[in-house]
Design a binder for this molecule. Structure first.
Ligand code: LMR
Length: 396
């Protein structure tokens, strides 16, 4: 009956987590998946979240279904966070926002929507990108191409190549973009580069789909939305998937959002209806608990302020680890330039390690990175950084 089923070799990131968990070596270090671990190597429970949960637990709450689009307070919280509460586009009711099953759920609902209403379009992901971007868009029926992005020699963006590529695309081509903290490279566009890219996107009538999964890990919660704000200023219609997995340390609660900025409120109402229809046929409605807690953190000024500080603490710790790794490696190999470790932003660093070196790290040192050489810097801490730097120096 099932002989014809194709073998699934596993997800390149999630299989590493399984392998890491099964590794009996006590000194093992997980630098693979994009999860923030604190200075003790533990997954933090944020104090803002804990307070919201304690408050909510004071009363018994019946567990009814949420509506297809999710909680209204959650959706408002997402909008205020991404666009700013006073944004004219919000006042004009031209942004359709739904609560989704994490960032992946937002990408899936957005991709399904686009396939249904823009069936001729082709989708493009950055080279390289988070593997699931391609999988989700291919799963929705798109042909997925890549656009030039990462320059391994210069450890920078192939800016001119990328621009020329965008200029060559057919109108309504879909571009999956990372507005901050590029996954996997950690190499972002500058604000000036965003200005230029978004103008090209506008001129060529392309469809931007911005996936912001690491908001707050670049500069701060607000500044990390620069590309989104700029796109709206230019009058672009755009898709935004966002996630609270990382910045709220709320991974398993599957809290995300999909927002579509439309030209006017009539079109936003049409889009909103179709997003609901998309949710209904895939998972019917989003989960409630994470939605309520997230909404409470987003909408309670004291909790929001506390959360902002907690995000800053996570961001600063990662930056500190970048500095320490840079220092340690420079001391060990003074003739080599490791500046990229401090230039890259967000949780990830493209280390430049090749697959054979990554394999050696895993086999000989129990240090886990993704095969592409991507390291999750948030897995480093004071206790393991010297060990990791030693191991890197040995395999480099
Ligand atoms: C990652 O890139 O490691 C994270 O986004 C987690 C995941 O689901 O892949």
């Amino acid at each position: 009956m099932f002989e014809h089923i194709e073998f699934y070799p596993g997800d390149p990131i999630l299989s590493l987590v399984e392998k890491f968990n099964a590794d009996p070596r006590a000194h093992k270090v997980n630098l693979s998946i994009g999860i923030y671990f604190d200075e003790n190597g533990k997954l933090p429970v944020l104090s803002s979240v804990r307070k919201a949960e304690i408050d909510r637990a004071k009363q018994a709450h019946p567990r009814g279904y949420l509506p297809m689009e999710g909680l209204a307070t959650y959706r408002t919280g997402v909008q205020n966070l991404l666009f700013g509460a006073d944004h004219p586009a919000l006042k004009e009711n031209r942004i359709a926002t739904i609560q989704t099953l994490g960032g992946s759920g937002a990408l899936k609902i957005g991709a399904d929507f686009l396939k249904k209403w823009f069936p001729q379009s082709k989708a493009y992901v950055s080279d390289p990108t988070w593997d699931n971007h391609r999988s989700i868009f291919e799963g929705a029926g798109f042909e997925v191409g890549t656009y030039p992005y990462y320059d391994a020699e210069k450890i920078d963006v192939k800016f001119e190549e990328m621009l020329n590529f965008f200029k060559s695309l057919a109108p309504q081509s879909i571009l999956i973009l990372h507005p901050c903290c590029h996954n996997p490279t950690g190499v972002d566009l500058s604000h000036e580069q965003w200005d230029i890219v978004l103008q090209v996107i506008k001129d060529k009538q392309l469809i931007p789909f911005m996936d912001i999964a690491y908001q707050g890990f670049g500069d701060n919660l607000k500044q990390d939305t620069y590309a989104i704000q700029k796109a709206i200023d230019l009058g672009l219609s755009l898709f935004i998937s966002n996630s609270f997995s990382k910045n709220l340390s709320f991974y398993g609660e599957r809290v995300g959002g999909l927002s579509v900025v439309c030209p006017n409120s009539e079109e936003a109402a049409l889009v909103f209806g179709q997003l609901k229809a998309g949710v209904r046929r895939v998972y019917s409605s989003p989960p409630a608990h994470g939605g309520f807690i997230t909404a409470q953190v987003l909408n309670t000024p004291e909790l929001f302020a506390e959360w902002e500080n907690e995000v800053a603490t996570m961001r600063d710790r990662i930056k500190n680890m970048r500095q320490k790794l840079h220092q340690a490696l420079t001391a060990k190999q003074p003739n080599r330039n490791f500046d990229y470790f401090i230039k890259q932003r967000g949780m990830f660093s493209y280390t430049g390690l090749n697959p054979a070196q990554v394999q050696r790290l895993q086999d000989e040192f129990a240090i886990y990175l993704v095969g592409s050489g991507r390291m999750c810097v948030a897995g480093l801490n004071e206790s393991n950084i010297d060990y990791v730097a030693d191991a890197f120096a040995q395999v480099m």
